[in-house]
Design a protein around this ligand. Structure first.
Ligand code: ADP
Ligand code: ZN
Length: 974
C-alpha cells in the first residue's frame, strides 16, 4: 500500500537549465509518495501524522491519500517506507486537507505551511533538534554564514534543544530553511515526540497584605529609597523641645548641610541666620555705672527683658555703639553669645508623611498599601496596579520588607451556569431569523450553502441571531465554529454561548497554556464538543459535520494573519467562506461596520445581506409577552474641533465640552470611557534645540515615552527595545528635551489631576495581559471604577450599561497613515467606540475630538451613517482602482543591508513589469518602495504591491527569490 504525504518542510525549486529562474515553480504544492510497511497497513488512514525519511534526515507528514497502485512515474525501489505513525488517531479531517489545498492556492503558500495551521497545538514545542554526532569536516564546507551561525547555536545547546527554542534564536529571514539545509547535510536531525503536554492552567499573581495598621504606619516613612532630606525632615518633625541647630541636625541625620539647604530651597524648612546675642549676667546692676550713662542705658535695656537680645537690635534700640557693649562685657556685667543657625520646620504636621514619601520616591508603594488596606485576603495584582499606578517591582519591594506577600495561583475560568432560556426575538430579529431558518433547512436538504453578511449596529441583537441559528444547527445534529476577534476581549459574548449551551462549547483561548490548548484540541477531535469558539485559528479545529461558521465583528483586523507570525498570511473571513463551501455550512459574517469589500459583495449578491438597523433596549432579558421595543436612535455624537479649542486658549488635551460632560457623568455616578489609540505618555521625545528625536536603533521609528515602565523610559512599539530617557540631547548636548504627542498614560495623568476623586482604570497592553483582561473588564462592570482609559482594545464588543459617556481624545491617530484603508479603519474604530455608550435606558453621549472635523470618515461615524461612508469610500476606491475593484498582493523583502534591499526590490519590480507586458495582463505595480515602517528590528523593508482584478496568473508559479514574503489581500500596506 502507498501513501501520499504532505511533508512538513519547504521544498526548494531548481529550475531546469536555460529556463527563466523565476517561473515554473510548482514545488509549493508538492506531495511525496511512501510505501506503507506491513505493520502499519491496518492502522494507517487519511489524516494520520507520520514520520517519514526525507533526504538524509526525517520529517513529519500528513497522509492525504492511500492507494494500492504503485505510482506510475516512480521506480519502485526509489520509494521509501513510512517510518512511524505518531498518533493512533488521525490529526486532521479530510475536509481540513481540502482546506489546506485551498489556502495554498489562494495565498500562494507552500502546501506544507497551509497544512501546518491544522496540526495539533504544541507539536513543534515537542520536537527536538539534535546535533549529529558524525560531523565530518568536509560536510562543513560551503555552509552559508547563516547556516554556520545556526550550527554553532545548536552545538552551544549541547546534545539537544527544542525546535521552537532554536527557531526563535536563529537570526535569518527563514530560520526553518536554514535548519533544513543543515539536516539535509546530515549535520542535524529532528526527532519527533508526541507526548501530549500536561494541561496545566495559566497562573495569576496575587498579593496579600501582611501588616496591621500600626505596622503600616510605622513603615510608611521608611518606604522607598534612602533620602537624607527625608531623614532630616523626620528628625525635625519628631523634635519637641528647643529648635535644632543646623549642626545638630546634620549630626543626627548623618549628612552634610546640602540636604538641609535643599529642604530650605523647597520652602519646607527655614534656616535662621547666624546671630550674636547679648545677655545680662546674673547680679548685674546699673547702679555701678553712674559715670558711664551709655553703658547704663544698654544694661538697663537688657535687664528689662529676660531673654537674650540680638546685638543688632540692642544697638539700634539704645543707640549705643559696639564699644559700649564690649566695655560692659569686660566688666563682667554682660556676655555676648554667638548663636549658630537654627533649622525650623515650615510644614504642617499632617503633610510630613506626604513629603517624606515624595522624597523617598515611595508614592507607588504607599498607594499600594493604602489600596490594600480596604481588602481582605488575597487580591489579584492587576487591580492593584491599576488603582495605585504600581507595577510588579513595587510589590516586590513591599514583599521584601515583609509588608505584603506575593504568590501565583492557577487560574481557571469559572464554569458558566446554565442553561439559559433564549429571549423572544424582536420583530427585526424575527425577520432575519426567518431567512436564515430557510437556508439552514435547504442546507439540510443538501442545497447550496449561504454566506450572509449580518449588518447590525452594536446592540442590535446579532449575537442573539447567532445563538438562535446555532440552536437549529445543533438540533439537526451538526456542529459549529464561532470566531471572535480576541477571546479575552469578548469574554461576555463567549459567556453567552457557554450559558446557552452548557457543556457543549470548547473555548480556545489565547491565554490557555500549551497543554490546555492541546486538551481542547483533542476534545474537539474526539467529537466531545459541538461548538468551538476562538480567535482566528479556531477555524482550524478538527471539527467534523460543520453546519455553521460565525464570524463576530467580521471586519476586525485580527482575522488576518500577518507578519511577524509565520505564513501563510491567510484571512480567516475568506477562509471561513471557503470552508463553508467545502462543508456546505452556512456562514454568518456579523458586523456593525463591515469592511468595504464584504459589503460590496453583499450588494452585488455574492453574499446575502441581512440588516438589523436598530438597537435593542436591554434589561428585558426574560421572555416578554410583547416583543421588546427597539430604540430608534443611537447615542448623540458631538464633534469638537480641537483647532478652535486652541484658538480659544484651551491647551489641555480635554476640550471644554469633554470636561463638562465628564464632570456631569461623574456627578451622576455613571461611568465614562476615554479612548485613545496610542499607548504611553508621549509619542516621542524631541530636543527643542536641534530637533533630535529619540529613535529605535533597530527599527528607526520614534520611541515612545512610558512613565510607568521600568527602568522608566523609552520603548519601541515594534520590537520592544527599551532605553532610558535622555537627560540631555545626545546630539547637541542641549538640556531642552521635551515630550510631544499624547498617549494613554498622559490621558490617565490628566484625569487624575482634573478629577482626583474619580476611580480610574487604564486598560491597554502595558497594564493588562493574559487573563488580566477579563478581570479588568469585571472591575469596570462591577462599577469599582468610574473612568476607563484605553486603546482600541476597549472598542471591542463590550456590553457596559452604566457607561453614559465615551470620549475620543483624538480621532486622527489613524487617519493620515499612508494606507488606502486609513479612512475605513478610522470610521470603523470611531463607530465601534461610539457604540459603547448608552447601552441602557440611561442613554449616553459621545464626544469626538479632532483636528479634521470635516473628514467624511469622522462625519459619517458621528452620524452613525454606514451607508454614507460606504458610498464615499467606494467612489474613492473606484477612482483609484483599489479593492473591491481590484485585488492587491504585497510582496515584501527585508534585509540587513539597505543597498541590497533596494536593489533586490528594483530587480523583482523590473521582472514583474516585463512579465505583465509579456502575458498581456491587466495589472500594475505600486512601488517598489520602502515600507512605511521602513526598518523593523534592524532590517530594512521594501515592498511591491501588485494591483490587478486577478493577480493569480501573474504569480501562481513564480519562484520568489529567498527572503521575499507574499501577502495576498494585505490588511495594511504599512
Ligand atoms: P449585538 O451582538 O448586535 O451587539 P446583542 O445580541 O448582544 O447585540 O444584544 C444586545 C443586548 O440586547 C444584549 O444585552 C442582549 O441580551 C439583548 N437582547 C438581544 N436580543 C434580545 C431580545 N430578543 N429580547 C431581549 N433582549 C435581547
Ligand atoms: Zn525597535
Amino acid at each position: 500500500m502507498f501513501a501520499e504525504v504532505i511533508v512538513n518542510r519547504p521544498t526548494h525549486y531548481h529550475p531546469p537549465a536555460g529556463a527563466d529562474p523565476l517561473r515554473g515553480d510548482t514545488s509549493r504544492l508538492v506531495t511525496y509518495t511512501y510505501r506503507l510497511p506491513e505493520r502499519l497497513q491496518d492502522t494507517a488512514a487519511v489524516g494520520h501524522l507520520v514520520q517519514v525519511p526525507l533526504g538524509a534526515s526525517t520529517a513529519l507528514g500528513i497522509i492525504i491519500s492511500l492507494t494500492d497502485m504503485s505510482p506510475p512515474n516512480l521506480p519502485p525501489d526509489s520509494i521509501r517506507d513510512v517510518a512511524e505513525i505518531l498518533d493512533p488517531l488521525p490529526v486532521v479531517t479530510p475536509t481540513q486537507i481540502e482546506l489546506a489545498h485551498w489556502i495554498a492556492e489562494a495565498y500562494l503558500a507552500p502546501l506544507s505551511q497551509a497544512m501546518r495551521l491544522m496540526l495539533p497545538p504544541g507539536l513543534e514545542a515537542r520536537t527536538f533538534m539534535v546535533v549529529s554526532q558524525a560531523m565530518a569536516p568536509a560536510s562543513l564546507e560551503g555552509l552559508t554564514g547563516e547556516e554556520s551561525a545556526a550550527l554553532r547555536l545548536l552545538q552551544g545547546h549541547g546534545r539537544r534543544v527544542r525546535l521552537d527554542t532554536l527557531l526563535n534564536q536563529i537570526r535569518a529571514e527563514d530560520p526553518e530553511a536554514v535548519l533544513h539545509s543543515l539536516a539535509e547535510r546530515g549535520l542535524a536531525e529532528a526527532r519527533y515526540t508526541l507526548v501530549p503536554p500536561k494541561p496545566a492552567p495559566p497562573r495569576l499573581q496575587y498579593v496579600r497584605l501582611l501588616a496591621d495598621d500600626v505596622t503600616i504606619k510605622a513603615a510608611l516613612p521608611r518606604l522607598g529609597h534612602a533620602s537624607k532630606q527625608a531623614d532630616a525632615l523626620l528628625i525635625l518633625a519628631r523634635r519637641t523641645g528647643a529648635p535644632l541647630t543646623l549642626t545638630e541636625l546634620c549630626e543626627s541625620a548623618g549628612c552634610t548641610e546640602g540636604p538641609v539647604r535643599a529642604l530650605a530651597r523647597r520652602g519646607w524648612v527655614e534656616i535662621t541666620e547666624r546671630r550674636t546675642l547679648v545677655v545680662a549676667l546674673p547680679g548685674a546692676e546699673t547702679a555701678e555705672l553712674g559715670r558711664a550713662p551709655q553703658q547704663a542705658v544698654a544694661l538697663s535695656a537688657l535687664l528689662d527683658r529676660d531673654a537674650p537680645t540680638e546685638l543688632g537690635d540692642l544697638l539700634r534700640e539704645t543707640g549705643v555703639s559696639l564699644a559700649i557693649v564690649a566695655a560692659l562685657e569686660k566688666k563682667g556685667l554682660v556676655q555676648r553669645i554667638q548663636e549658630p543657625p537654627l533649622v525650623l520646620l515650615n510644614l504642617p504636621a499632617d503633610s510630613i508623611l506626604d513629603r517624606v514619601t515624595e522624597l523617598r520616591g515611595a508614592g507607588k508603594q504607599r498607594a499600594v498599601l493604602e489600596a490594600l488596606r480596604d481588602t481582605t485576603g488575597r487580591v489579584w495584582v492587576g487591580g492593584i496596579y491599576a488603582q495605585a499606578g504600581a507595577d510588579l517591582g513595587t510589590l516586590q519591594e513591599l514583599a521584601e520588607r515583609g509588608l505584603v506577600s506575593l504568590h501565583a495561583e492557577e487560574y481557571e475560568r469559572p464554569h458558566p451556569t446554565g442553561p439559559e432560556a433564549p429571549p423572544r426575538l424582536t420583530l427585526e430579529q424575527e425577520a432575519v431569523w426567518r431567512q436564515i431558518e430557510a437556508w439552514v433547512g435547504l442546507q439540510q436538504a443538501g442545497r447550496e450553502p449561504h454566506v450572509a453578511l449580518l449588518h447590525g449596529v452594536t446592540g442590535s441583537g446579532k449575537t442573539e441571531i447567532y445563538l438562535r441559528t446555532l440552536e437549529a444547527i445543533l438540533a439537526a445534529g451538526q456542529r459549529a465554529i464561532v470566531l471572535v476577534p480576541e477571546i479575552s476581549l469578548t469574554a461576555q459574548t463567549v459567556r453567552r454561548f457557554e450559558t446557552r449551551f452548557p457543556g457543549r462549547v470548547a473555548v480556545i483561548h489565547s491565554q490557555l497554556s500549551l497543554g490546555q490548548r492541546y486538551a481542547v484540541w483533542d476534545r474537539v477531535r474526539r467529537g466531545e464538543a459541538d461548538v468551538v469558539i476562538g480567535a482566528r485559528s479556531a477555524l482550524f479545529a478538527p471539527l467534523s459535520r460543520i453546519g455553521l461558521i460565525v464570524l463576530d465583528e467580521a471586519h476586525d483586523g485580527s482575522y488576518k494573519q500577518a507578519e511577524p507570525i509565520p505564513l501563510p498570511a491567510y484571512h480567516a473571513r475568506e477562509t471561513a467562506v471557503a470552508l463553508g463551501r467545502l462543508t456546505g455550512a452556512t456562514v454568518l459574517l456579523g458586523s456593525a461596520t463591515p469592511d468595504l469589500v464584504t459589503y460590496y459583495h453583499a450588494t452585488q449578491g455574492t453574499y446575502d445581506l441581512l440588516e438589523l438597523p436598530h438597537r435593542i433596549i436591554p434589561g428585558t432579558q426574560q421572555p416578554v409577552p410583547k416583543p421588546p421595543s427597539v430604540q430608534p436612535s443611537l447615542p448623540p455624537v458631538r464633534i469638537v474641533d480641537l483647532r478652535q479649542e486652541l484658538r480659544a486658549g484651551n491647551r489641555s488635551i480635554f476640550s471644554r465640552s469633554l470636561q463638562e460632560a465628564l464632570c456631569q457623568t461623574l456627578e451622576a455616578n455613571q461611568q465614562a470611557i476615554l479612548f485613545l489609540n496610542r499607548r504611553g505618555a508621549a509619542t516621542f521625545v524631541l530636543c527643542r534645540d536641534c530637533g533630535y528625536v529619540a529613535r529605535c536603533p533597530r527599527c528607526d521609528v520614534p520611541l515612545t515615552f512610558h512613565r510607568m515602565s521600568t527602568p522608566g523610559g523609552l520603548i519601541c512599539h515594534h520590537c520592544n527595545h527599551r532605553e532610558p530617557t535622555p537627560k540631555h540631547c545626545p546630539d547637541c548636548g542641549g538640556q531642552r528635551i521635551r515630550y510631544f504627542g499624547l498617549g494613554t498614560e498622559r490621558v490617565e495623568a490628566t484625569v487624575r489631576e482634573l478629577y482626583p476623586e474619580a476611580r480610574l482604570l487604564r486598560w491597554d497592553r502595558d497594564t493588562a495581559s493574559g487573563p488580566d483582561h477579563e478581570r479588568f473588564l469585571q472591575t469596570f462592570v462591577d462599577h469599582r471604577a468610574d473612568v476607563l482609559v484605553g486603546t482600541q482594545m476597549i472598542a471591542k464588543g463590550l456590553d457596559l450599561p452604566l457607561v453614559t459617556l465615551v470620549g475620543v481624545i483624538s480621532a486622527d491617530t489613524a487617519l493620515y497613515l499612508p494606507d488606502y484603508r486609513a479612512a475605513e479603519r478610522t470610521f470603523q474604530l470611531l463607530t465601534q467606540v461610539a457604540g459603547r455608550a448608552g447601552r441602557s435606558p440611561r442613554g449616553g453621549r459621545v464626544v469626538v475630538q479632532t483636528y479634521n472635523p470635516g473628514h467624511y470618515a469622522i462625519q459619517a461615524a458621528a452620524h452613525h451613517d454606514y451607508g454614507g461612508f460606504y458610498r464615499q469610500e467606494l467612489a474613492f476606491r473606484r477612482r483609484l482602482g483599489y479593492p473591491p475593484f481590484s485585488r492587491l498582493v504585497a510582496l515584501r523583502y527585508s534585509s540587513d543591508d539597505a543597498y541590497h534591499c533596494h536593489a533586490e526590490a528594483e530587480h523583482l519590480g523590473r521582472w514583474l513589469t516585463t512579465e505583465i507586458q509579456r502575458l498581456r495582463l491587466q495589472a500594475d505595480l505600486i512601488g517598489p518602495a520602502p515600507c512605511f515602517f521602513s526598518r523593523v528590528q534592524g532590517r530594512y523593508r521594501w515592498q511591491i504591491v501588485i494591483r490587478s482584478p486577478d493577480p493569480m496568473p501573474l504569480l501562481s508559479d513564480v519562484a520568489l527569490p529567498r527572503g521575499w514574503r507574499v501577502d495576498v489581500d494585505p490588511d495594511s500596506l504599512l
